[in-house]
Design a binder for this molecule. Structure first.
Ligand code: UDP
Ligand code: G50
Length: 430
């Protein structure tokens, strides 16, 4: 769809296709969409939809900074009607939002088609919206592409899981994906073990609709996941699978408004080259308080320089505990010469490029993995939930794997899992 077209004197496209990008909730979904929108805007007319109000404050700040820094990306705001979540007590707010957007998709689509500044040539949607958006786009005759924001390994799992689920009546076990290696049960996203969760039926239908999309863009590259990409393209995983294009790692956007405004950069500037262990578990992986204290004691005992980003809640604006109370009395004082602990947002892209950062203890959200790979930072993987275990254990990736204390069996081959929790059957062997 990206044919050469007429350019204005400014070098910006005047004619050509109009692509509409529809991201989903959460920074892990929004970030790669902004990156793709920014790079496509040099080639054609691009609109990015903002679904409001956002779940987290991080998304809201990102959207306003992004649109003011990239005026060539057109903003299309969609106010989501309130979603009645009373049938799903304690559900993850991001899962509720995925469902809410899918339910309002017909309304969003009608508005896009009637109110857009230019006729829509094609949609690029998030995987979490494929249940509703893929059939809707088909019914209007609009090509629909999916930007898959996790790894190709996770894409192969999403594509194969519905086939497994429909033919399996018992509890979920190890899954042998056609044409690829086995996915051990401990690696499978925990949510999928419970069919009553709002996320599970959505995940299955999203997986089925992958095959009906016109194409799939994945934020990965051949050197990271060649075998998986080949298996997907050769339709080994799922017959009749659409074209799969590796577009990653998507490059960071340049937003001056948010650059370098915190205490982190000055602190890093004072540390020796490659001395700092950066510890972060992404934008929504909350950690229980006991585990935060244990991790703190571990970092203290390690003797390393460290920069640690602490998160206690799934949604950032709910987090109002003081660091001192969280980490235990005296902790910050004891580590002050070599550790910086922060709560809240850090500019991860910037600090992964800093010469003082030597390694990254990460939850393996796929954006974090691709950002670390882009800047050549070694990772110690501590996958915690969702797709993170699948991301951490994929091909061509030698990583240390910390077996989460809540996991009953180790999901990694023994040459990789060097650190196991006491609940793991491999614990005594290490
Ligand atoms: N991120 C950041 N600062 C933070 C937390 C996260 O810049 O304090 C960015 C990170 O660089 C990545 C995204 O937010 O681009 C998080 O996506 P990822 O897939 O790594 O994990 P998720 O938050 O979805 O679990
Ligand atoms: C959370 C979770 C399980 C899980 C995921 C979570 C993801 C995210 C990407 O974020 O995998 C995703 C892929 C396919 C899909 C929806 C979301 O249909 O507890 O798998």
């Amino acid at each position: 769809i990206l044919k050469p077209h007429k350019m204005a004197v400014s070098g910006k496209p005047l004619t050509g296709p109009h692509l509409v990008l529809i991201p989903s909730a959460g920074m892990g979904h929004l970030t790669p969409f902004s990156r793709l929108a920014a790079s496509l805007s040099d080639l054609c007319h691009v609109t990015m939809v903002s679904i409001l109000p956002t779940v987290s404050s991080a998304e809201s700040s990102h959207l306003s900074d992004f649109f003011s820094s990239y005026p060539d990306v057109h903003s299309f705001k969609f106010e989501l009607p309130p979603f009645d979540s009373s049938a799903y007590p304690n559900a993850d707010p991001f899962f509720l939002r995925f469902e809410g957007i899918n339910q309002s998709a017909p309304d969003l689509m009608t508005r896009l088609l009637t109110k857009s500044s230019k006729p829509v040539s094609a949609l690029i949607i998030d995987i979490t919206l494929s249940t509703s958006m893929v059939p809707l786009a088909k019914s209007f005759g609009i090509p629909c592409y999916i930007l898959f924001t996790a790894s190709a390994a996770m894409l192969s799992f999403c594509a194969y899981f519905p086939t497994y689920y429909d033919s399996n009546s018992g509890p979920i076990g190890d899954i042998q994906i056609n044409g690829l290696r086995m996915v051990p049960v401990a690696t499978i996203p925990q949510a999928l073990h419970n069919p009553k969760l709002i996320f599970t039926p959505l995940f299955i239908q999203n997986g089925k609709n992958l095959s009906k999309a016109d194409g799939i863009l994945v934020n990965t590259c051949e050197s990271l996941e060649k075998d998986t990409l080949v298996a997907l393209r050769d339709a080994h995983v799922q017959p009749g699978f659409p074209p799969v294009v590796a577009v990653g790692p998507l490059l960071p956007v340049n937003i001056p408004a948010i650059s370098g405004a915190s205490e982190v950069s000055p602190w890093l500037d004072m540390q020796p080259e490659k001395s700092v262990v950066y510890v972060s578990f992404g934008s929504r992986a909350a950690m229980p308080k006991e585990q935060i204290r244990e991790l703190g004691l571990g970092l203290e005992a390690s003797g390393c320089q460290f920069l640690w980003v602490v998160k206690t809640t799934v949604v950032d604006s709910h987090d109002n505990t003081e660091l001192e109370e969280l980490l235990g009395e005296g902790f910050l004082e004891r580590v002050k010469d070599r550790g910086l602990v922060v709560k809240g947002w850090v500019e991860q892209e910037e600090l992964l490029q800093h010469k003082a950062v030597g390694s990254f203890v990460s939850h393996c959200g796929w954006n974090s993995v691709t950002e670390a790979a882009l800047h050549g930072v070694r990772m110690l993987a501590w996958p915690r939930l969702g797709d993170q275990r699948i991301n951490a254990g994929r091909e061509r990736f030698r990583c240390l794997h910390i077996c989460d204390a809540s996991s009953v069996t180790c999901s990694e081959p023994s040459d990789r899992s060097l650190i196991c929790g006491p609940d793991c059957r491999d614990y005594r062997k290490k």
